[in-house]
Design a protein around this ligand. Sequence first.
Ligand code: THU
Length: 133
Amino acid sequence: MYNAKDLVQQAINAKSRALPTYSNFHVGAALLAKSGKVYLGANIENSSYGLTICAERTAAFSAIIEGEREFEAIAIAGDSDDYISPCGACRQVLVEMCGKGLQVFMVNGKGEFKQNTIDELIPYSFGKEFLKP
Ligand code: THU
């Protein structure tokens, strides 16, 4: 069993790696694979704004390229008053790459957090089962 507070702290620490040139909103993520390894992410912005990538997706994609396919949990930390809430695009990526049971810890600027599964955050999600072979 993993330590949720430790994963949350790693997400908080990862905020310092963000490159939020335009929004100045730092987001950090820490994704725990079933292998026990943690993959960090942070948001990276671009002057062509739509090319910005969120912290959750940088973490997910770096885990995937390392060969990870099974995941336990992700912590996401922002400097917001309310608990940060992953955007729709990241919910779709996380449910498909990490599985419906992924635990998501959403952390506010004070370091407090709440928890939901990704399936609770994106019910009725689209997935490969909809695609014809
Ligand atoms: N952002 C994330 O990295 N994750 C979220 O869950 C919400 C939003 C980033 C994208 C952009 O760089 C900045 O926060 C403002 O939207």
